[in-house]
Every structure is written in C-alpha cells, then in structure tokens.
Design a protein around this ligand. Structure first.
Ligand code: B12
Ligand SMILES: *[C@@H]1O[C@H](CO)[C@@H](O)[C@H](O)[C@H]1NC(C)=O
Ligand SMILES: *[C@@H]1O[C@H](CO)[C@@H](O)[C@H](O)[C@H]1NC(C)=O
Length: 134
C-alpha cells in the first residue's frame, strides 16, 4: 500500500532532479524609441526570470533604474496595455501608442503578437518600445 507519508518522501527525493532554473536571471535590453517627439533612443539593461513575462522584467527595471518609468491599463480580455513610457502616453485622439517589437540575438526583428503581460522574453532579446501612430 502507498501511504501519503511515503508519497511525500518520494516527492522530496525527486526535487533535486528538477533543474534549478527558477532562480536564474536572463539579461535583456529594453530600448525606448520616440521618433515622434525626436527624443534620443535610450537603452536599458534588465533581467527576466526563467519563463518570466516582459511586464515583470519592466517592473524590475523600474525598481532598479529611476530613469525608466511606465504605466499600463488593464484590458478585460488582453491584460496589461502599455499606456506610457518615461512620461509619454499614447492616446486615441492623436492615434499614438507604444508598439512592442522584439529583436532576437540573431538580428531578426519581429512585431510581438501579444502584449507585455503575455510576452516571455528569451535571454539577450532586445525589446523595443516604439512610440508610433496607427
Ligand atoms: C485595433 C487594434 C489595436 C489598436 C488599438 C487602438 C484603437 N483605439 O483602435 C493599436 C494599434 C493601438 C493596437 C496595439 C497593439 N495591439 Co492590438 N489589436 C487591435 C485589433 C485589430 C482590434 C481591437 C478592436 O478595436 N476591437 C474592437 C473594440 C470595440 O473592442 P475593445 O475591447 O474596445 O478594443 C480595445 C482593445 O482591443 C485594445 N487593444 C488593442 N490591442 C491591444 C493589445 C493589448 C496587449 C491590450 C492589453 C489591449 C489592446 O484597444 C482596443 C481599443 O481600445 C485586435 C485584433 C482583433 N481583431 O480584435 C488587436 C489585438 C487586440 N492587438 C494585439 C496586440 C499584440 C497589440 C500590440 C501588443 C502589438 C505590438 N506589437 O505593439 C499593441 C499594444 C501595445 C501596448 N501599448 O500595450 C493582439 C493581442 C493578443 C494578446 N493576447 O496579447 C490582438 C488580438 C491582435 C493579434 N496579434 O492577434 N491594437
Ligand atoms: C533567429 O532566431 C529565431 C528564434 O530565436 C528564429 O525563429 C529565426 O528563424 C532566426 N532567424 C535567422 C535569420 O536565423
Ligand atoms: C518606430 O516608429 C516610427 C515613428 O512612427 C516609425 O517611423 C518607425 O518605422 C518605427 N520603427 C519600427 C521598427 O517599427
């Protein structure tokens, strides 16, 4: 018969077999681009945890670097919508918004098809937040 106590011991024995990935940090860059206001590009270095979301990495960055700030609103269906970066907010009247682009280590640039709450960066991703119009 398998007792619950036996199962707990068995689970503890299994734990070291799980890769110790969860404390690792992976570097990414966040590049803030605003051609509309003609602000110089700003590149920030931050970290993401194993399988962590971009929003988490952006929060870490905001905590560690007072030059980087952002705000977001909550959308019922899609989660966090990036509203402003470094004090500049997109708005419907001007048709401006912060677009999310990802440059991979190999140079490929892609348009993210999910928002900051869903995107899971990989090590050395360069995330571009581009203030633009629709
Ligand atoms: C129009 C549109 C936009 C417009 C919205 C502005 C406007 N006022 O029209 C703009 C160009 C700003 C936009 C931007 C983005 N979008 Co968009 N958008 C759409 C689209 C085509 C229609 C939305 C709509 O009008 N619905 C009808 C109205 C009546 O409903 P609504 O709830 O009021 O719509 C609002 C939300 O959809 C919101 N919204 C739009 N896009 C996004 C994205 C995110 C992450 C959030 C939280 C909210 C949001 O803006 C709408 C107007 O307020 C949908 C796809 C679709 N066919 O539904 C994609 C869609 C919602 N967008 C998507 C994405 C990925 C983005 C971006 C992240 C793209 C990028 N790489 O930059 C950015 C958001 C970046 C940020 N700042 O957070 C994805 C979301 C998927 C996901 N799970 O995250 C969708 C589903 C398209 C796709 N790729 O499949 N988008
Ligand atoms: C670059 O890497 C991504 C995945 O990281 C891959 O999807 C893409 O095909 C690669 N592109 C080139 C040109 O190697
Ligand atoms: C960034 O936004 C500017 C201004 O709208 C636009 O001209 C440029 O093509 C955008 N860059 C990318 C990579 O989308």
């Amino acid at each position: 018969m398998v007792t619950p106590a036996f199962l707990s011991v068995a689970l503890l024995l299994l734990l070291p077999a799980i890769p110790a990935q969860n404390n690792d940090l992976y570097p990414i860059d966040v590049v803030v681009v605003n051609r509309i206001d003609g602000t110089p590009d700003a590149t920030y270095r931050t970290d993401v945890v194993y399988r962590g979301i971009l929003l988490g990495a952006m929060r870490r960055l905001m905590q560690s670097d007072s030059d980087f700030k952002f705000t977001y609103t909550e959308n019922l269906d899609y989660g966090p919508y990036l509203e402003s970066v470094n004090g500049v907010a997109g708005n419907a009247e001007d048709h401006t918004y912060w677009a999310l682009l990802v440059k991979k280590e190999n140079g490929t640039v892609t348009w993210s098809n999910v928002g900051i709450g869903c995107y899971i960066p990989q090590a050395n991703d360069q995330i571009t937040l581009n203030f633009t119009k629709w």
